[in-house]
Structure formats: structure tokens, C-alpha cells
Design a protein around this ligand. Structure first.
Ligand code: CTP
Ligand code: MG
Length: 389
């Protein structure tokens, strides 16, 4: 059986973020989630994820909806973190992939090539890329010699091992920046014999080390995500009545008004129109299908919770919200002063930046039911970026 350990217990000193590197978002999702999904896409179900001490709940949240076998605490060095992860693997795992959370975009095809190589009787295998630059051996900044680049490869992860080989080399004390090194040392000591094979890696397997790497990968991720876009639209209207039991709520903001909207939930038409736009973009039916009026749980519900739940489902399925544009159609009350707060509440619920959310207001010039102040309507459109799976 195939198993995987995703090492994510480093602090990310060279990146310098204020949270562990694996939790830093790339195109809206944490690095560790991207890396876990690339393993899962390659057919390695349920990786063991190794996280820094004290961060279990943040990692659980970052991986919500992703099938992982276990979360376990890492050690002071990478090799100790690998040891901790391997200790949590099921006993029937016979081939193990060790992957860096810091390589979010490794394509599933490269992962599969390394796995296939190990199934075909090598001790270990990893994806690697040819080096295009001329390589110099240096002392400090001074050149000592030129290394023939044809004799070199830049090695990536996942590095894949026969379980018995990995258990043996991890059983020795010692540390390395990758696990192939540990097998090389065993071959040098002649305590083991066999082949370590490199297979074709990918520039998408680039590792996040510094802020520049993150910018580079962000551009790659967006270019890739941008290949599929979806638009959605939503509309809702509720009656505006005297309702002493609750305030008027629009886009999650309590509006100062003696009147409120009638409805089963909090009747937030703006949130409902946005929810329908998001559901519509991916053809998931409408709000009533997901949070029906017969559901007692949704009576008086905070409609921003609907948006949070939909956002979570979309992100789990690989969709990013690019923008949302809402128009509130209301003759009364006056809404102009609420725009900033509405944008910020929606952005928070949708887990995007305020700049991605637009809120507009209009009246109907006293025409029709809305114009007589009998109701408030909202319409919304959105664009999603994503990958078809
Ligand atoms: N790693 C780990 N446990 C450690 C050190 C590193 O699990 N004690 C993991 C990192 O989380 C990362 C991978 O090994 O996914 C590669 O390490 P690196 O890129 O060096 O990440 P960090 O150690 O977090 O970064 P830095 O060296 O800049 O602090
Ligand atoms: Mg490190």
C-alpha cells in the first residue's frame, strides 16, 4: 500500500511570515492544503501531516475537507519531523512518499512518475529538473571551479521510498536536507545496495523559501487557476414590514430602521443574492436547496453563515472567488453610509479581500413595489476561478 508523509513543521524563517510557512496562503489557500491535494490527486490517499508544536487546530482547519490519515507534531530538524510522520504510518504501507508542504504546485503526474519508479524495483526515487544555469563551486563569493551542469540535477519532492529502506535509514542517527541523502549514505557505507532513480520533475514543483518564491508561485497558481472561470448571478427580494422582533440586516450589517425584512432566516437579501450567485457559478442549485425554509436550524439564521459554508465548499473543490458585485435596490431606508461596513462583512464571510467585493445602492425612482417602500431587492454577480477536476 502507498502512504505519504507531508512535512510541514518548519517555521519558515527565510520567508519571514508571522505564521508557520505551511499555513501561509497561496492564491487564497494554505501551502499545506495545496501540497496535500497534489498528493491526493496523484492517488496517494490520506497523507500523514507533520505540523509545528502548538498548531494542531490551525492545521486541522487549513486541511478541513481534505482526507488526511493523521496530524502529528514535528521535531527540531526536518529529519526528526520525517521520523515523526513515518511513525504514524499504517503498518501495511509498503511504499512511502515524503513531500514538502513548501512545494504547493507539484503536478500529480510528476508524483506518479516517482511512485512508479519505486514500484519498479529501485530503493528510492524523486522528481528532479535539469539545471539550466552554469554551476560554480565557490568559497564564500569566490569562484573555485565550474561544475558540469550535465552532471547535476535539482531534486524536488515527493521523494518516494520502499518502506523497509526508509525505516532502515531513519533508524540511524543523523540529519539531512532531504531523505535521498540518507539512502546515499547507506549505499556509501555499503550497508545497502540498489539504485536511487531520478524521474522528470517540474518547474511547478518549485519550493517556497523566500517572499520572492511565494510571488513567483502565486503567479503560476493564478495562471493555472485562470484557465477555468465561471460567472454566476443571484437575485432575491423580501417584504419590508414593521417587525419588532429583529433588526433590518443587509450584507450582514444591522441597519438603523424601524422596519425589517420578513423571512425565515434573517432575510438578508444581499447575502442571499450573493449565495445564489456563488452556487449558480458552479451549478450547485440555489440557496433553498442547501438551506431550506423547512429546516428549523435556519430559522432566524445569520445569512453570512450560509456564505461561510458555501465558501468552504467551493474552496474544498478548488474554486477561488475572484470578485462579487452586489446591487441593493431599496427606496428606503437610506443605505449610502453602510457601504464600507457591508463590503467588509461580506469580504470576511467570503474569505477574500475587501477590494474583491463591490456593494452598490439604487432606488427605483418611486416606481413599483420597491419604489413604494414595500420591499428590498438585491442582485449579485460573481466570478470564480478554478480547476475542473
Ligand atoms: N520541515 C519540517 N520540520 C523541520 C524543518 C522543516 O517538517 N524541523 C519541513 C518544512 O515545513 C518544509 C520542508 O521541511 O515543508 C522543507 O523545509 P524548508 O523549506 O527549509 O522550510 P522551513 O524550515 O520552514 O524554512 P526555513 O528553513 O526558512 O526556516
Ligand atoms: Mg529549513
Amino acid at each position: 500500500m502507498l502512504g505519504a508523509v507531508l512535512v510541514a513543521a518548519g517555521s519558515g524563517t527565510r520567508l519571514g511570515a508571522n505564521l508557520p510557512k505551511a499555513l501561509v496562503p497561496l492564491a487564497g489557500r494554505p501551502l499545506v492544503r495545496w501540497a496535500a491535494e497534489s498528493l491526493i490527486d496523484a492517488g496517494i490517499a490520506s497523507p500523514v501531516v507533520v505540523h509545528p508544536a502548538g498548531y494542531a487546530s490551525q492545521f486541522r482547519a487549513a486541511l478541513a475537507g481534505c482526507q488526511v490519515a493523521a496530524l502529528t507534531e514535528g521535531g527540531d530538524t526536518r529529519t526528526d519531523s520525517v521520523r515523526a510522520g513515518v511513525a504514524s504510518l499504517a503498518p501495511d504501507v509498503t511504499v512511502v512518499a515524503i513531500h514538502d508542504a513548501a512545494r504547493p504546485l507539484m503536478p500529480a503526474a510528476a508524483v506518479r512518475r516517482a511512485v512508479e519508479a519505486v514500484k519498479n524495483h529501485v530503493l528510492a526515487a524523486a522528481p528532479a529538473i535539469a539545471v539550466a544555469d552554469t554551476l560554480k563551486q565557490v568559497v564564500g563569493d569566490d569562484v573555485v571551479a565550474t561544475i558540469d551542469r550535465r552532471d547535476a540535477r535539482a531534486v524536488q519532492t515527493p521523494q518516494v521510498f520502499r518502506r523497509d529502506v526508509l525505516d532502515t535509514v531513519l533508524g540511524h542517527a543523523g540529519h539531512a536536507t532531504d531523505e535521498l541523502t540518507l539512502v546515499e549514505q547507506a549505499l556509501e557505507r555499503a550497508t545497502m545496495s540498489g539504485v536511487i532513480r531520478l524521474v522528470d520533475g517540474s518547474v511547478f514543483g518549485h519550493k517556497v523559501t523566500t517572499a520572492d518564491d511565494l510571488r513567483l508561485l502565486e503567479a503560476l497558481a493564478m495562471a493555472d487557476l485562470g484557465t477555468t472561470v465561471r460567472v454566476g448571478s443571484g437575485f432575491d427580494v423580501h417584504a419590508l414590514v414593521e417587525l419588532p422582533t429583529r433588526p433590518l440586516r443587509l450584507a450582514g450589517v444591522a441597519i438603523d430602521s424601524p422596519l425589517a425584512l420578513e423571512g425565515h432566516s434573517d432575510a438578508d437579501v444581499a447575502a442571499h443574492a450573493v449565495a445564489d450567485a456563488l452556487l449558480g457559478a458552479t451549478a450547485r442549485g440555489d440557496l433553498g436547496d442547501h438551506f431550506g425554509v423547512d429546516d428549523p436550524d435556519t430559522a432566524g439564521a445569520d445569512s453570512l453563515d450560509f456564505l461561510r459554508e458555501i465558501t468552504h465548499q467551493l474552496s474544498t473543490d478548488g474554486w477561488q472567488i475572484a470578485n462579487v458585485d452586489v446591487t441593493l435596490v431599496a427606496q428606503r431606508p437610506k443605505l449610502a453610509g453602510y457601504r464600507a461596513e457591508m463590503r467588509s462583512r461580506l469580504a470576511d464571510a467570503l474569505n477574500v479581500a475587501v477590494e474583491q467585493i463591490s456593494v452598490k445602492f439604487t432606488t427605483t425612482d418611486h416606481l413599483g413595489m420597491i419604489g413604494r417602500g414595500e420591499g428590498i431587492a438585491a442582485m449579485a454577480s460573481c466570478m470564480l476561478r478554478g480547476r475542473e477536476r
